[in-house]
Ligand binder design. Structure first.
Ligand code: HMG
Ligand code: MG
Length: 290
């Protein structure tokens, strides 16, 4: 039997942040409760970002207050700044996730500032999280290519990854935001990052626009990564990455890992039910996706 591989479930945050229909909080809560019964150690539940930028997740506090806190499951939330962090702490988030782009164009489109400004802005978040003892995860976006700037140099990814660790992140998740990376591109990017950070502290976050996310996970597994983000039903996409599809489908990843004899701790039957529920939730808006 292989090493344990953790899948971090993204549907409630990355999955729902791009939906045209504003999904009622009660439905989000029902989805998260189903997900947390599947055996995940971490479920990203929502984000506390500007409701003007992402109205889909404006009900984060209501969602966090009502979900069942299942022992053994950490509920993480995405925050862009100290205001978001304070809301996350008030909502009793078990983990916060901060995010930085490896490309300037996406940084500007997604959070309205440069990479350097975003790192500076996150210093106060890091300081507060450290003082409060709340674990902090980091994301790097556009690790292979950017919808605005084109290809991303691997060294740029290694640089921001190092900066996120310096801020105190216990793990950095490497995002193929537009979902078009090939395994060779992922390998070249990981070569650069692994020269500066150990594989045990890295995660893969692959959107699946080009249909190669599973191949990219296999490449990452070969290079030592053991944590991958995925979304039930393959839900999602980023509102500021036009045309990008959802995260790789959790069930597809779990099945592939099972076939490769990597334990994940997930109940695949419950996962299939949760995926059906998630797909029903977004069905109404599916035809409207970019
Ligand atoms: P801004 O407009 O430049 O900033 O937005 P601002 O500080 O001037 O704030 C504007 C308004 O937002 C103000 O309200 C603030 O109070 C409010 P007003 O005075 O106009 O009424 N505001 C907030 N409200 C609630 N919570 C907050 C917050 N912060 C400010 N935390 C900002 C800058 C960063 C806030 C904005 O650009 C933003 O929220 N961006 C988030 C975009 C986003 O959520 N993108 C998707 C997530 S990232 C992603 O999906 C990638 C990932 O999956 C990995 C991958 O795939 O690559 C992680
Ligand atoms: Mg994403």
């Amino acid at each position: 039997m292989g090493d344990f591989v953790e899948i971090v479930e993204m549907a409630a945050r990355d999955g729902l942040q791009n939906e045209k229909r504003i999904i009622p909080a009660a439905e989000k809560i029902a989805l998260i409760d189903r997900l947390s019964a599947c055996g995940f150690r971490r479920v990203e539940a929502t984000s506390f970002v500007s409701p003007k930028w992402v109205p889909q997740l404006a009900d984060g506090a209501e969602v966090m207050a009502a979900i069942v806190r299942r022992p053994g499951v950490r509920f993480s939330v995405l925050v862009p700044n100290i205001k978001g962090y304070e809301a996350a702490r008030a909502a009793r988030a078990d983990e916060v996730a901060i995010f930085v782009s490896a490309s300037e164009g996406f940084s500007r489109a997604n959070i309205n500032c440069s990479i350097a400004e975003s790192l500076h802005r996150l210093e106060s978040v890091a300081e507060a999280a450290r003082a409060d003892g709340i674990p902090m995860r980091g994301y790097v976006s556009c690790v292979v290519a950017c919808p605005y700037d084109g290809p991303t140099p691997p060294a740029a990814v290694a640089d921001v990854t190092e900066r996120l660790f310096a801020l105190g992140c216990h793990e950095v998740s490497l995002g193929d935001t537009i979902g078009r990376a090939t395994p060779d591109e992922i390998a070249a990017m990981l070569d650069a990052v692994l020269a500066r950070a150990p594989a045990q502290k890295l995660a893969g976050h692959f959107h699946d626009t080009g249909g190669r996310a599973l191949d990219n996970i296999r490449t990452s597994l070969d290079m030592g990564l053991r944590v991958f983000d995925a979304s039930v039903g393959g839900l999602g996409g980023c509102p500021y990455a036009p045309g990008a599809r959802g995260n790789v489908d959790t069930l597809a990843v779990a099945r592939m890992l099972e076939a490769m004899a990597y334990p994940t701790g997930l109940d695949l039957d419950l996962l299939a039910d949760a995926a059906d529920f998630a797909r029903d939730l977004v069905r109404m808006s599916e035809g409207n996706r970019p």
